[in-house]
Design a protein around this ligand. Sequence first.
Ligand code: AMP
Length: 228
Amino acid sequence: MVPKFDSSVLIKLLLLQCVAVLSAAQDFDFFYFVQQWPGSYCDTKRSCCYPTTGKPPSDFGIHGLWPNYRDGSYPSNCDPSNPYDQSKISDLISRMQENWATLSCPSNSGSTFWSHEWEKHGTCSESVLDQHGYFKAALDLKSKLDLLQILQSAGINPDGGFYSLSSIRSAIRKGIGYTPGIECNVDEEGNSQLYQIYVCVDTSGSELIECPVFPNGKCASTIEFPSF
Ligand code: AMP
């Protein structure tokens, strides 16, 4: 005998499954992992303040790990019910001080910057990474990607010299296997300078991918790499 199904029960089950799949799905398409040259942050009219823990290393620092959409837009401030909680990342703080240094004034330990990054960006990827996972993913990406070493081996040094944007982009492409996005700012004399380097990361927060879209980097064709 053929068993009989109540079709309304079947439909409800299917709907339930759809809801479950949708709520587990990511609400963004990829991450930008953004590193910043501290010399460029400081070398502008607004200047900078070193963190209370001392002058950061002369190296790129983390700015953030930003969930983004393929069309270039991005979600922000996704979950006010999940505020930054430093007790969840106490084992990561010394790595954060070294690699994710605050440069804003007045001088502070970094928690204002980290909490801004978590609340604005991190809460939009909490379907994949909790607070500890989010900060650890960024720190692990930083240890995998030695951008300064890559640039220096191509003869591009933070010496106040000017380098072509294309030579910087090619050196990084050669070093990491993917094309980076490059963003510039303007120093006090009006020179375009290397400010931030964007690489794209899959929704797990760990694997590099080709960027689906690049930020508008506002760079001149030749840019300064200031010292720090
Ligand atoms: P976001 O809102 O994540 O796009 O980042 C922009 C904000 O981060 C601005 O308010 C910047 O002034 C701030 N910011 C960028 N770099 C740093 C840094 N190294 N230390 C502190 N604040 C920063």
